[in-house]
Design a protein around this ligand. Structure first.
Ligand code: GDP
Ligand code: MG
Length: 174
């Protein structure tokens, strides 16, 4: 059927250093972080969510270069978005809001699934953004929210399963 054949394009957005590539590599099942370090990459994988298979194509290409065209493409091509900030970096949190606004402007008429991700939750002592601030931001921007730690692999599975559930919810309501 249509839904089984469909591959969902998921785009990672967020400032440099927040952990986009780390999250993508965990999703892709790649443990050795050295190869894909700078380049950015695309990860293709099927996961079972609520007993049903879903194919995700995860794009970690936002920072590939400062290409304006590529940034525009990213904003247009996604079936769902993961906007990442680091809980240890307030500026990256503010950038996440900007990205959300930009995305809303680009895709005005569409109800695209977005998950706001506060990564590096393991770095307790250098935290600059509380979980409450993260949650409140997600309410304002009408998206889902989760805190993750790529370092500890905490909540990373939940993040990608959450994306699939959000995509399905919208499909089912059409
Ligand atoms: P990107 O620039 O957004 O792709 O971020 P990277 O995935 O390259 O991560 C930037 C740096 O933060 C690397 O040194 C990672 O090892 C580190 N990092 C990523 N996620 C976490 C995390 O959850 N906890 C900690 N402590 N470090 C992390
Ligand atoms: Mg990266």
């Amino acid at each position: 059927s249509d839904s089984e054949d469909h591959v969902y394009k998921v785009i990672l957005l967020g400032e440099h250093g927040v952990g986009k590539s780390s999250l993508a590599r965990i999703f892709g099942g790649i443990e050795d972080s050295h190869e894909a370090e700078e380049a950015g990459n695309t990860y293709d994988r099927s996961i079972i969510v609520d007993g049903e298979e879903a194919c995700l194509l995860v794009f970690d290409i936002w920072e590939q270069d400062d290409n304006h065209w590529l940034h525009n493409q990213c904003m247009k091509m996604g079936d769902a978005y993961i906007i990442v900030y680091s809980v240890t970096d307030k500026a990256s949190f503010e950038k996440a809001s900007e990205l959300r606004i930009q995305l809303r402007r680009e895709r005005q008429t569409e109800d695209i699934p977005i998950i706001l991700v506060g990564n590096k939750s393991d770095l307790v002592r250098s935290r600059e953004v509380s979980i409450e601030e993260g949650r409140a931001c997600a309410v304002v921007f009408d998206c889902k929210f989760i805190e993750t730690s790529a370092a500890l692999h905490h909540n990373v599975k939940d993040l990608f399963e959450g994306i699939v559930r959000q995509i399905r919810l919208r499909k089912d309501s059409k």
